[in-house]
Write a protein that binds this ligand. Structure first.
Ligand SMILES: CC(C)(COP(=O)(O)OP(=O)(O)OC[C@H]1O[C@@H](n2cnc3c(N)ncnc32)[C@H](O)[C@@H]1OP(=O)(O)O)[C@@H](O)C(=O)NCCC(=O)NCCS
Length: 195
């Protein structure tokens, strides 16, 4: 039966050695993501000065081989169209605004949600929503705990392009019951949910 375009049904798979090629294809089709970060920004190595695109790719692949990645891939049929990265703080230390974050830190979360990405041509069709839902289900299956996200506020500012929301829009997390804990930048919040 044909699906209505307005009602997509996605499937999910974790990022592992078996799904690396699907993930890599999506990254390559989107110019490496942010010009070549390969979703390394939250990992201990970080990105930016001193890191080439090839090094970022190899570092991500090495994490996948070692099993030091938690990342849900979203599939439309056989095509990987997006992801949501998550993990314990030691796996994802590279949050933005660390000084502001640490200033009022009282309790580290059990889990962080890192980067969220939907491929160009697939946006505003529920991919990120499916990815966050799958991450929360995976966290629940791993015993639950305190989950933090670091989304961008969209309300009260000019319309932003999707590329500004690499940690997701606040409304997406609100819909899952996350609540604001504290502001760490003009438009960025720590939001929390106990699973
Ligand atoms: C932000 C992003 C992840 C959203 O993905 P998406 O699959 O289009 O999102 P969804 O369709 O699941 O939207 C879920 C909700 O998020 C919010 N939302 C999504 N995109 C938004 C935008 N551009 N502006 C404001 N809110 C937005 C809405 O509340 C939306 O619900 P609605 O469609 O019912 O109104 C996507 O635009 C993206 O990948 N941007 C690039 C991010 C990036 O560079 N990541 C790098 C990771 S290393």
């Amino acid at each position: 039966m044909e699906r209505a375009p307005a009602d997509p049904v996605y499937s999910t798979r974790p990022l592992t050695g078996d799904t690396w090629n699907d993930f890599a294809k999506l990254v390559e089709e989107n110019n490496g993501v942010w010009g070549g970060c390969w979703c390394m920004g939250f990992h201990p190595e970080g990105v930016g000065k001193g890191h080439t695109v090839a090094q970022n790719r190899d570092a991500k692949h090495a994490h996948v081989r070692r099993g030091t990645v938690h990342q849900i891939l979203i599939y439309d049929g056989v095509t990987c169209v997006g992801w949501c990265q998550y993990g314990p703080p030691a796996e994802l230390p590279g949050i933005k605004n660390p000084a502001a974050y640490n200033k009022e830190l009282s309790e580290l979360p059990d889990w962080r949600i890192g980067c969220i990405f939907t491929g160009k041509g697939h946006r505003r069709n529920g991919v990120a929503r499916a990815a966050v839902a799958a991450v929360l289900a995976a966290v629940g299956e791993s015993g639950g705990g305190l989950v933090e996200a670091y989304p961008e506020q969209a309300e009260g500012r000019e319309l932003q392009r999707g590329s500004y929301f690499h940690t997701g829009p606040e409304t997406l997390f609100e819909d899952f019951g996350f609540v604001r804990d504290r502001r760490i930048a003009k438009w960025r919040w720590v939001m929390r949910l106990r699973v």
